[in-house]
Design a protein around this ligand. Sequence first.
Ligand code: PLP
Length: 471
Amino acid sequence: MTTTAPRPQTAASAGGAAREPLEQVRRLVTEVPGPRSRALQERRLAVVSKGVGSTLPVFVERAEGAVLRDVDGNQLIDLGAGIAVVNVGHAQPRVVERVQEQVADFTHTCFMVTPYEEYVAVCEALVRLAPVDGPAKAALFNTGSEAVENAVKIARHATGRDAVVVFDHAYHGRTNLTMAMTAKAMPYKSGFGPFAGEVYRAPMSYPFRDPQGMTGEQAAQRAVRVIEAQVGADQVACVVIEPVQGEGGFIEPAPGFLPALAAWCRENGALFVADEVQTGFARTGDVFACEREGVRPDLVTLAKGVAGGLPLAGVVGRADAMDAVHSGGLGGTYGGNPVACAAALGALEAMADLDLTGAARAVEERMTARLRALQAQRPGIGDVRGRGAMLAVEVVTTEDDGEGGRRATLEPDAAGAAAISAACHAAGVVTLTCGTFGNVLRFLPPLTIEQALLDDALDVLEAAVLSALAG
Ligand SMILES: *Cc1c(COP(=O)(O)O)cnc(C)c1O
């Protein structure tokens, strides 16, 4: 018996019975958050650490496709997908079915004690999908941070070197090593040191803020100069980079930047590690983002989108590097949990069957057209960027353009981004912000989002931008 209050009886809690599909429409029946969410928030504040925040304290009762239904009966459009996790949509039938079967069969043995087929099947799929040259192997973990930690462990064994190179605006997680690798102090690092050593930061290619006309190759040279001068080429175990940066602001490096870095790694005996935790699994319109420029990483880290909402992560990479670690050197109690693996097999099947790379590109086309039209009306939208269904606008202050109009500056406008986001939330659209300066609105809808629903979300966003920013 639990001591919690009984759940209100709804279709969602009827458990097991055939349920009505959740209609893919936005519908508000109370203010957001409503009274039941507010009551739950009070309970939460009494017992949940304040260190754990929530973007929008609306308590979810059910989710399907791209719609969240809250405990007050409001239906919200989800443009966050649980931070790029449910790429295949909430309650994707292939995921639900496989998970239900697996839960009934067995939930855990620990792969390091007695193995099971589902783990192997996921690794077979990853090895097939990963943009890695030659034979590849994989290992499974629980979270993106853990995947990044393990990629560093593998790179150190494979190279016999210590140094890890990361970039400005990088986000790699919240464990001690990955905090060191993450760039932003607040909220991720502040007061949590001392941090792991042998982590070095190089300048990122950031087209909106770099000198005009700087090419990807030039930005890579700028990074390489820092690495060679401050670390030493022969000390570098790995260069770890998000092909499109996530939490740091959805920064897509200039073309040529990633290939030049990968080439430098090859020439200098360092491993090139693509942190595809956020960009992976069709999110950017390719299965992995580094495919767009034909970059072939030595190791790829993955998590978020791989398993339709269950916690699963992995490293996939060149077999010789993956096998450089002694037996027993990698693992963990839950890594590659069978239920999470079953979910991944369902999600990967859905990704292929539903052509989710194509779906992501369709979202890009539809959304960027609207966002650019909005930028033409509101110069405070300094930049529209991203790829596939990983899109963002960077909000900046404006100045007199000398011709009676306004033009964008490079000065971040975090308050503007927050106001737009708050207006979207109040109208039932879940949006997230990000960026080193907190001034980037990011959009990560489930790739399966229906066109009419996306258009409705964009109407809400448009109204929010028009009222929050000056013309
Ligand atoms: C989210 C994220 C991580 C950390 O993943 P967790 O599962 O939260 O530990 C690492 N790298 C990138 C690029 C991410 O977006």
